[in-house]
Design a protein around this ligand. Structure first.
Ligand SMILES: Nc1ncnc2c1ncn2[C@@H]1O[C@H](COP(=O)(O)OP(=O)(O)OP(=O)(O)O)[C@@H](O)[C@H]1O
Ligand SMILES: Nc1ccn([C@@H]2O[C@H](COP(=O)(O)O)[C@@H](O)[C@H]2O)c(=O)n1
Length: 232
């Protein structure tokens, strides 16, 4: 049975799709396609943590230093230009992000912005897709549809390596694999909001699936939870 999206007399609730998973599992690619297909807004929450990590590095600080990380997180706001910088896409930024992400004050500082995006999607969109590590478990535990997108670490490292090569960024296969294992361990083992599927998430191992197959399965799942069909 599909869930009602609004009650008569009460304000309509926006549809929230939560997409979590480890690095390079394909959650960002999927989230953007889902947002485009349903006319929803998309928030890549990893960008927020990357911005905090890079801010700390630029200030000459250590991303693992709680006070420096918390200071940078409280300084971040939705219009901050750092959020659009390509420098956020580097591996150095990813590693710094996963260090600041273990600081409870950083997660608390970023929570309101993420929740507001979900409840009031920009542009008056009828729904929001948020992707990250803790969207289904902490940020939006009431999301109508939750997906946990994963793949073996070897497959994910290979995908990331190909992506870097496509972008002309030199990378060594064994380094990409090691960096991914380090980040996976840090993200899954931290005390606060660790990477894990929500109890009610649809877990999809994409190791042997291409992006189109993943998209079709996600659309079917979201349809089963919300009664919605893609509009584009
Ligand atoms: N099912 C798939 N099969 C093969 N390649 C894929 C698939 N899904 C995504 N990719 C590719 O894998 C790479 C990583 O995908 P993407 O950036 O979406 O992952 P992510 O989980 O958002 O990563 P991160 O957490 O590091 O931001 C991209 O180059 C993307 O084109
Ligand atoms: N909801 C989230 C999103 C991200 N993180 C941390 O940020 C790092 C970078 O994220 P990407 O999605 O851009 O790879 C990631 O490794 C996490 O440490 C998070 O904790 N919660």
């Amino acid at each position: 049975m599909t869930q009602p999206l609004s009650n008569q007399g009460a304000p309509a609730r926006t549809v929230v799709v939560a997409i979590d998973g480890p690095a390079a599992s394909g959650k960002g690619t999927l989230s953007q396609r889902i947002a485009d297909a349903f006319g929803f807004a998309h928030l890549d929450t990893g960008v927020l943590y990357r911005a905090v990590g890079v801010s700390v590095l630029r200030a000459g600080g250590d991303p693992a230093d709680n006070a420096a990380a918390a200071h940078a997180a409280y300084d971040l706001h939705p219009e901050h230009p750092i959020l659009r910088e390509v420098a956020l896409r580097t591996d150095e930024a990813a590693q710094a992000a996963s260090k600041v992400a273990a600081v409870p004050e950083v997660r608390a500082a970023l929570l309101d912005f993420q929740r507001r995006f979900a409840t009031h999607p920009p542009g008056g969109a009828p729904g929001a897709v948020l992707d990250g590590r803790d969207i289904g478990t902490v940020v939006c535990p009431d999301a109508q549809a939750k997906l946990f997108i994963t793949a073996s670490v070897e497959v994910r490292a290979e995908r990331r390596l190909k992506e870097l090569q496509r972008r002309g960024i030199p990378a060594i296969s064994s380094d990409v694999l090691e960096d991914m294992k380090t980040r996976d361990a840090r993200d899954s083992q931290r005390a606060v909001a660790p990477l894990r599927p929500a109890a009610d998430a649809f877990v999809l191992d994409t190791s042997a699936l291409d992006a189109d197959q993943v998209f079709s399965m996600a659309v079917a799942h979201i349809g089963s939870k919300t009664g919605l069909k893609p509009t584009a």
